[in-house]
Design a protein around this ligand. Structure first.
Ligand SMILES: *Cc1c(COP(=O)(O)O)cnc(C)c1O
Length: 234
């Protein structure tokens, strides 16, 4: 039986150790608990253990959990592929979207965001693995997309996100994360004032933090193996 409070504590300790090992303050890294496929009661258990930010990949599943847990002051991040017909659902329920890879999606999120709500925080998902991966904007196209997204009124561009292709090559993985950090640095040199690098998952928190991650997205190490989550819509 998975102990969510115990797992959360272990992940927080990994984050702190990784931060200290590279001379960073542990508070500079936020933990996003990725609760996709897990029912709302598991999210509630993590919330009871002090976790506040949760990540979801599927719009309808995520929206249902946001609504089910509405009385708790949780912060919801959308991190999955986003289609045009789901932007309204996401714009109304989430505080962040990490997976923006084209202008049209950002425009729709901006238009559909309720002006009464704070601007929706966005990250651009970047393809740092070249031909090995299909999702994300190509590194060369990041500056133009960032400038266009920055001009939209309903959203606030916060930074960049990546999901490197799986590899057993530690040095290559570090290089993928470093690519994202250099892209962020280049945008900030152009005056964009971005503060977020969303990178690192259960198996690669440490190299991501060493390369500057400010949000790590962790599912399995907190909630357990997703193949055992018995999701109704998997
Ligand atoms: C599922 C998922 C995660 C979490 O992955 P784990 O390996 O379970 O920690 C992080 N980011 C994205 C975009 C995901 O889809």
């Amino acid at each position: 039986m998975t102990s969510i409070p115990g797992n959360l504590q272990a992940v927080r300790e990994r984050i702190a150790r990784a931060a200290v090992a590279c001379g960073r303050h542990p508070d500079a890294i936020r933990l996003l608990a990725v609760s996709k496929t897990w029912p709302a009661d598991r999210v509630a258990e993590a919330a009871d253990a002090g976790q506040r930010a949760f990540g979801e990949n599927y719009a309808q599943e995520g929206a249902d959990k946001v609504d089910a847990l509405a009385e708790r002051a949780l912060e919801w991040h959308f991190i999955g592929p986003l289609q045009s017909n789901k932007t309204r659902l996401v714009a109304s329920r989430f505080a962040w979207v990490h997976s923006v890879d084209r202008l049209k999606i950002a425009q729709r999120l901006s238009e559909q965001r309720d002006p009464q709500l704070p601007a929706l925080n966005l990250c651009l998902q970047v393809n740092v693995s070249g031909e090995h991966s299909k999702s994300g904007v190509a590194p060369d196209d990041v500056p133009a997309l960032a400038e266009a997204v920055r001009a939209l009124p309903g959203v606030r561009l916060r930074g960049l996100m990546c999901i490197p292709e799986p590899t057993g090559d530690e040095a290559l993985l570090r290089e993928r994360f470093a690519t994202l950090r250099r892209l962020l640095d280049a945008l900030n040199e152009r005056g964009l004032a971005l503060d977020t690098l969303s990178m690192g998952m259960s198996h690669d928190i440490e190299p991501a933090i060493a390369e500057g991650a400010t949000i790590v997205r962790v599912g399995t190490a907190i909630f357990g193996d997703r193949t055992r989550s018995a999701s109704p819509d998997a």
